[in-house]
Design a protein around this ligand. Structure first.
Ligand code: 16G
Ligand code: MG
Length: 559
């Protein structure tokens, strides 16, 4: 590769940094009020271009602020496998975003190259796919990203337009594997896998409950229109899409979307009719990389409806059961099939009831990682089939390339027609899931399939286990980075004595469990508690929050 300093300096001069702002590379890139983001996005374009040269492959750059309000925006980079930017590059991206002027930008790049992070053998040409969600600031910021990419000699910026985040990740992955990588190819692959799975349903399955489709909250974001395109292709899926971003429907992420439903436990706007709410409902987030499911249940002795939430833990459990069933059918009859390592990955936020169910009822190994999709994704990639979900609804299924190869080439010598079908079903599953990143559209299809195979209504699915009552609180402290954790954030090592205090509090309630961690997206310490009853979970969370406030220099009144 060859750097053209003049080209870079001239391009960088058009994107001066905003005064007094420090950009931190958060869990998934840079995010801020859209009015101050041009410089950071331009420079993220440079990072994506260099990454493309370094890996000799196509890279993606997405303009979105996910579930944040409409006036915010952000930028995320998709790496060559369609997953998130390799973590070794995050400090570089952050230093570049915070360089004071064009000369410093050049210097940060040269330092990075000289430190050996950049091979001399890097390619001389590269390509970055650019996508954006529906935010009004997206057009301007995508242009800034394009200029950043083009500031690096030899790298092309391909503007893919309005996409969901997972669609862009999918395109990067497909393109680097030499597969068709257009938006149409995405719909074709997902719908093909879905159709095959429905066709291969064992006899008698899927007829127990009438399949009424889903009422879907599109969060007034990009997911709504993409889902409606998917629906045009997938004939067997009935969807009633609301909050699709029309003028009369409201603003992106305002009182709608997966984050709102999961955190507030409230119905999104335009889900008001009591008679409908017993039906299957789903909610996407603003860039459609998360989904949660829900339905309404008549509250005892009241007119109101309670919201019953089926979060990432429930989706994970459903998928684990569905995939395990396929494997069991296959392995019980096709004896020569190699042993398969199936595992699931959760974070400490996973409800204890889900973890227990997965381990004890299904006998599946459960790994825990710190919060943040990148951690879960990498852990899940270690299994032949690895499933991961955060409770907030972000997750997917990963099938190792070697395992897929076995599926493609294996020809069973024993077993029934049904067990052979399991092989094909696993292959079809790999078409429906997005192996780059969690994808609301793909998860919706797989949930429909899994429910039909199980013959379950949403209420049946909900009842596989009962969540332990939980409570989350936030504590404001002087410096949240002083809180240090270990064991996938389940234990605190600093401040000293805090863990001992948490242990004592957890021991005072039935089935008590609590942990604290500094947030990666907000200036607070988060407290999570669960226990046998809601009162106990509430009191445990409060007691732990008070200890955090005392031992970690809380700001303001104790919680
Ligand atoms: C980000 C993460 C999400 C995580 C959340 C935690 C990605 C794509 N998103 O939204 O996975 O659950 O941060 O936020 O990684 P917190 O650190 O403020 O609790
Ligand atoms: Mg999102």
């Amino acid at each position: 590769m060859e750097l053209d300093p003049d080209r870079l300096l001239t391009a960088a001069a058009a994107f001066p940094p905003p005064e007094g702002v420090h950009f931190a590379y958060g869990t998934a890139g840079f995010r801020a009020d859209a009015s101050i983001l041009d410089c950071a996005v331009f420079r993220a374009g440079i990072v994506a271009a260099l990454r493309s040269l370094h890996t000799s492959s196509t890279i993606g750059l997405m303009i979105t602020a996910s579930h944040n309000p409409i006036q915010d925006n952000g930028v995320k980079i998709a790496d060559c496998n369609g997953d998130m930017l390799c973590q070794d590059w995050e400090p570089f991206a952050e230093s570049l975003a915070n360089a004071h002027n064009p000369r410093d930008v050049l210097q940060v790049i040269l330092d990075f190259i000289h430190k050996g992070n950049f091979f001399n053998s890097a390619a001389s040409s590269g390509r970055v796919l650019l996508g954006r969600d529906t935010r009004p600031s997206g057009v301007r910021l995508l242009n800034a990203a394009r200029q950043g990419v083009e500031a690096i000699l030899g790298v092309d910026a391909a503007v893919m337009g309005v996409l969901t985040t997972p669609q862009l990740h999918w395109m990067v992955r497909a393109s680097n594997r030499g597969h068709g990588a257009s938006e149409q190819d995405y719909y074709s692959q997902l719908s093909h896998g879905f159709k095959c799975l429905l066709e291969m349903k064992p006899p008698g399955k899927g007829l127990i409950t009438p399949w009424d489709g889903f009422i879907v909250d599109g969060a007034n974001g990009v997911g709504a229109s993409k889902l409606s395109r998917l629906q045009g292709i997938v004939k067997d899926l009935k969807l009633d899409i609301r909050n699709s971003g029309g003028e009369a429907e409201g603003l992106l992420n305002e009182l709608v979307g997966a984050d709102y439903v999961q955190k507030e436990r409230k119905f999104p706007r335009h889900f008001g009719h009591l008679s409908e709410l017993a039906k299957r409902c789903a909610s996407l987030d603003g860039d459609a990389d998360r989904i949660v499911f829900f339905y309404g249940e008549q509250a005892e002795g009241a007119d109101a409806m309670n919201l019953r939430l089926l979060d990432g833990d429930k989706i994970l459990t459903l998928f684990a059961m569905f995939i395990q069933n396929q494997l069991q059918e296959l392995c019980s009859e096709v004896h020569e099939f190699p042993a398969i390592n199936l595992g699931v990955v959760q974070t400490a936020y996973a409800n204890g009831a889900s973890t227990r169910f997965l381990k004890e009822n299904l006998g599946i190994q459960v790994a825990l990682t710190p919060t943040g999709v990148k951690h879960l994704h990498h852990k899940a990639a270690e299994f032949d089939i690895g499933l991961y979900f955060e409770a907030n609804g972000h997750g997917t299924v990963l099938l190792k390339e070697e395992f897929l190869q076995v599926l493609r080439t294996f020809s069973p010598k024993s077993g029934t027609e049904g067990s052979r079908r399991s092989l094909q079903r696993l292959q079809a599953i790999s078409e429906v899931v997005n192996q780059g990143i969690g994808d609301a559209l793909s998860v919706l299809l797989l949930v429909e399939v899994a429910l039909q195979y199980m013959g379950w209504s949403i209420q049946d699915w909900d009842s596989i286990y009962t969540d332990l009552p939980s409570r989350q609180l936030k504590v404001k402290v002087q410096d949240r980075t002083l809180i240090k954790t270990t064991d996938a954030e389940t234990r605190v090592t600093h401040p000293l004595n805090l863990q001992a205090a948490i242990d004592v509090e957890a021991g005072k309630v039935s089935s008590g469990r609590a942990f604290v961690r500094p947030s990666g997206t907000e200036d607070v310490v988060r407290v999570y508690a669960e226990a046998g009853t809601q009162e106990e979970a509430d009191s445990l969370a409060r007691a732990v929050a008070i200890h955090v406030h005392e031992l970690a220099k809380g700001v303001g009144a104790p919680p």
